[in-house]
Every structure is written in C-alpha cells, then in structure tokens.
Design a protein around this ligand. Structure first.
Ligand code: UD1
Ligand code: CA
Length: 456
C-alpha cells in the first residue's frame, strides 16, 4: 500500500527567539527539517508533503532541490487543520503518516509499526511514558485498556493531568478515513484550535481500531521548542554518533567531546582525541590519529597519517604516512601525496605537494605544485596574488628552498635547484642551479650603539 507522509512545519517557533524559521535551525550542521525528511525517505513513501507557514519562502528555498510537495498553511489554526491542508493531494487508497519538522531524532524503526497498523486499516499513534508529562496531550483509555482518545494538557482535568502516557503526535491512518476525520474537526477547546488529536476519539466512535505503540527511546520523540531543547537534542544525536563510531572500532578519547556534522568513514585503529569537529564527508584510512581540537571539513586521509593538535583542514586530500600540524591550515584543493610533513603555522591552498616533501614551519603555499622530496624552509611565502590575478608557482623534485624565501609567481624552480635563504625569486630557476637574491652583508667596524641621553 502506498504511503504518504505529511510533515508539519508551519509553526513559528516563538521560543527560539529567532528570525529564522524553527525547522531551519541546524542540528549536527543540517536543518532540523532535513533530518526529518531523511527519516521520512527511509520509509520509502510515495510522496512527502511538508506543511509550511511561518517563513514558508525561506524553508522552500533551502530545500529547493528536493522532490517535496509543499503545502501552504497560511494561518496556523492547529495540527488538525495543518493535516487537512495536505489531504487533497493524497489519494484515498494510501496510508498517511504524520511527522513533525521539529522532532528530528525519530527513527524509521520506531515509525514502521505505525505504518503497518495503518495498512491494516487501523489508526495508530506513537505514545511515550514520561515522569514529567507536563505540556503534552495525555492518552485516555477505556476500562478494558483500549484507547478512547487524547486530551490536551490545557483541556485536561486534574486526574487526566496525572496520567503519564503522553501523545508524541506521530500518528498513522488510512487516508480515506483520516480525510473524513480531519474534515469533521471543530475548535471548541481551550486553545480554539483544530486538534489533530481529536481524530482518535472519532476513530473510536466510528469503530476503527486504534492502537498505541509505546516508544522505547524517549529521546527520539522529544520536540524542539527552544534553544535549550535544541542543545539537548544535539548532544543526544552526537552521543549516538559517537557510540556508532566506538562500535565500528574508532577510539574516541572522550565520546562527549566529539562532534560529527556529516559522515565519517574510518579504517581500523583510528584514534580521535578530544574536541574534534568533523564536518561534511570525512574519510580516514587505517591507523589515522587525529589530535585534540582538530577541525575537518570534507577530507580524505590515507593510512598511518598523524594530524596533530589544532589543525584546520578543509576540502583536502592527505596521502598515507603524512604528518600534519600542530597548528596547520589546509584550505580547499590541497592535495598532499604520501609521506609529506606539514608543520606548525603553515597554510596551504589549492596546491599539490609531492611524496616525501616537507613544509615544516611558518609558510604560505598557494596555487603551487611541489614535486617529490622537496624541502621548503621556514617562512617561505608563495606570492601568488598580484592584486588582480592569481599565479602559479611550480617547484620541481628535490628542490631545496632556503628559509624566508619569497617566490613571486608566476615562477618555476626546476628540479634539484637550491634557493639561498632570504631570497626573493622573480625569475625561473634552472635545474640543479643555486639561486639567491640577497643583499651582501656589511660590517662597520667601530660602530657604537646609541645611548640614552641623560636629562640635564
Ligand atoms: C501537539 C499535540 C499533543 C502532543 C504534542 C507533542 C495536538 C493538538 N497536540 O501539541 O497532544 O503531546 O504535540 O509534541 O496536536 N503545526 C503546524 N500548524 C499548526 C499548528 C502546529 O504546522 O497550525 C506544527 C508546529 O509547527 C509543530 C507541530 O505542528 O511543529 C506541533 O504543534 P504544537 O502547536 O507545538 O503542538 P503541541 O501543542 O505541542
Ligand atoms: Ca510542540
């Protein structure tokens, strides 16, 4: 049976105190709504309808490349009203599952039972037992234990408020029936809203079977209404990712100080020290060691690479047996071959560094091709920008660049050449030559340091 998923995302999210629509706030680097859509997709629905209202344009723009069916709910008249807006596009023969744009951690495994109950013609709702059920709708039962309805906190009597089984909001039902039920909703309640929750009592009255499914993991069904809840859910998500990494054989010095905002593929015996922030797509080979406070975004790292503390690495490839840092910055389009050493306070951008080459201290290498077994001395700068255009520097195999050299691009230092320390190189250097541009040293014998005048 075809499944249609409706995601409610029209609310304002007042308590976020933000100009940004709530469902666009990031969790692990991606909008809340993106997580929900991912999980929705895992259920292989025929279609996904997202109900938007507050900040609708912005939400739609951020998901422009997806095959979502957008439904505008101009006025937020309640969850039942929101679902009703999506129903016209859903055929009678489908099943419907309602999800929430601000409940990002719910899993496919938790939602699947609801969908199969709906396929069997029933109305199914996901419930949870909370020690502190304040604010949630409570599940009402007949004497025989079957569900008879849901009462919202604001409409509940004192004895109903004492009930600990709450409505998570997730519900699934056959489309034809749900359409009928939401069309018949009224707003005669404490909030003057069309409550989706009222469809349950209606289902019961009609004789449709209603089943509650209790969520195993409460953290999955917690919604995000304010920044504190966002922070809690972020930690929760990161903890799960850390556990997955540990299970896969990655050593994390402290699972509580690990942030993965993307995907990590790691080989054997990888070690990640505290406060790593990994973003985008990260691929680590075997025996890679990541030091403390390393930030990486979209990087591919070969076997036996050591990245020391405080490196920032973005859109870079690092060949096996290399050693990076501490305090190195690899910017986009940096490709390091095997066995390279990149040391402290070195910045590399849009450059290739050949096997066995070393840039160990205080250098800027931009728009450069470095061959094999090259040594770049401390303080070397490639002057790649003339104020208008970028130019390339080419450094051949086995070149030795003395410390404090400026290479004014476009320029080529051919293989085996040596550059004397302190040089400004503006013309190509031929293979195996020594080039240096250095003012001759002068000595003034008998020169005296000035002395401070005494006040007379
Ligand atoms: C709802 C449930 C409550 C449940 C709780 C779980 C109802 C009436 N109550 O209450 O039983 O315990 O969720 O968190 O359904 N939304 C729209 N359009 C609207 C109204 C809401 O898109 O017109 C969206 C909101 O953006 C939000 C979600 O639906 O993401 C839930 O709405 P909210 O008003 O927060 O419902 P609760 O009062 O929390
Ligand atoms: Ca809510």
């Amino acid at each position: 049976m075809n499944l249609s998923i409706i995601i409610l995302a029209a609310g304002q999210g007042t308590r976020m105190c933000s100009a940004r629509p709530k469902v666009l706030h990031p969790l692990a680097g991606r909008p809340l709504l993106a997580h929900v859509i991912d999980t929705a997709r895992e259920l292989q629905p025929a279609d996904i309808h997202v109900v938007i209202g507050h900040g609708a344009d912005q939400v739609q723009r951020d998901f422009a490349d997806t095959d979502i069916q957008w439904v505008l709910q101009a006025e937020q008249l309640g969850t039942g009203h929101a679902v009703a807006q999506a129903m016209p596009a859903i055929p009678d023969g489908n099943c419907v599952l309602v999800m929430y744009g601000d409940v990002p951690l719910v899993s496919r495994a938790t939602l699947e039972p609801l969908c199969s109950l709906a396929e069997q013609g029933m109305a199914a709702l996901l419930t949870a037992e909370l020690d502190d059920p304040g604010g949630y709708g409570r599940i009402l039962h007949h004497a025989d234990g079957s569900i008879c309805g849901i009462v919202e906190q604001k409409d509940a009597s004192a004895s109903e408020r004492a009930l600990k089984e709450i409505n998570t909001g997730f519900v699934a039902a056959p489309a034809a029936r749900l359409r009928r039920w939401v069309a018949a909703l009224d707003n005669n309640n404490a909030q003057g809203e069309f409550y989706l929750t009222d469809v349950i009592a209606r289902a019961v009255t009609e004789g449709t079977g209603v089943r509650g499914v209790m969520a195993d993991d409460i953290t999955e069904v917690l919604g995000i209404n304010d920044r504190k809840q966002l922070a809690v859910q972020e930690r929760c998500y990161q903890q799960r990712q850390a556990e997955r990494c540990l299970q896969a054989g990655v050593t994390l010095a402290d699972p509580a100080r690990f942030d993965l905002r993307g995907t990590l593929t790691a080989g054997e015996d990888v070690l990640i020290d505290v406060n790593a922030v990994l973003e985008g797509n990260i691929v680590l080979g075997n025996r890679v060691s990541i030091g403390p406070n390393v930030v990486m975004r979209n990087a591919t790292v070969g076997d036996d690479v050591t990245i020391l503390a405080n490196c920032v690495i973005e859109d870079a490839e690092i060949g096996s047996h290399s050693r990076i840092g501490p305090f190195a910055r690899l910017r986009p389009e940096t490709r390091l071959s095997t066995n390279t050493h990149i040391g402290n306070f070195v910045e590399i951008k849009k450059s290739d560094v050949g096997a066995g080459s070393k840039v160990n201290h205080l250098s800027y290498i931009g728009d450069t091709t470095i061959g094999m077994d090259v040594n770049i001395g401390a303080g070397t700068i490639t002057c790649n920008y003339d104020g208008a255009n970028k130019h390339r520097t080419i450094i051949g195999d086995r070149v030795f660049i003395g410390s404090d050299t400026q290479l004014v691009a476009p320029v080529e230092v051919k293989e085996g050449a040596t550059i004397g320390a302190g040089s400004t190189i503006t013309r190509d250097v031929e293979a195996n030559e020594l080039a240096l541009s250095r003012a001759p040293q002068k000595t003034r014998t008998g020169w005296k340091r000035p002395v401070k005048k005494t006040k007379g």
